[in-house]
Design a protein around this ligand. Sequence first.
Ligand code: GRF
Length: 214
Amino acid sequence: MSVSVAVFASGSGSNFQSLLDHQTEDSPGRIELLISDRPDAGALQRAEQAGISTQVIPVKGRSQDGVGLETLEVLEKSEIHVVLLAGYLRLLPHVIIQAYPKLILNIHPALLPSFGGQGMWGRFVHEAVLDSGASFSGPTIHFVDEDYDTGAILAQWPVPVLSGDTPESLAARVLKVEHILYPRAADHLCRAVDQGRQAAPLSLPEEAALQLFR
Ligand code: GRF
């Protein structure tokens, strides 16, 4: 069986694109659906170009229950097993978290548990990292629970902060690694789901990762 995957994205969708680009016939998961809360999300165009079904589910001004039930119906209709949040800026409704225990991943552009939580997205994350004087940043892939950025960590990949970095230069360095890490973590989870077991934390060749930037 192939594990059916839905990706949620609010923005340009470069992570969604890298997930798509890494997918092969042998991948344990298959992206079947792209869901966005914004009709102008770049990710929607990428999905349409790739022949992936899309669904816009607006969130602003609606109740969590209304959004949750509509989303659940869409996921169930497409028989989705795994959900990947890729730049989705909304908190997932309770009903979705309950329906997909340990089956939803998010990517965050810093090393959680630092630099996460409500309001910590995009440029704000990288500004906070630079303000803190940290020597490393890097993406975190974590399971999604009821709060922002608090679920169990599946994978992280350290990226050096360089002197003279701006939020933009750091974001670009981290994003490059996001595009490598998320497909690996998604495959890791889908393989576990396919085999009916829990996914263990994914260890990565950290030295090799750091050498990317030397
Ligand atoms: C990424 O930096 C990701 O870590 C964060 O949102 C950004 C999405 O970028 N959650 P993109 O839309 O995938 O280009």
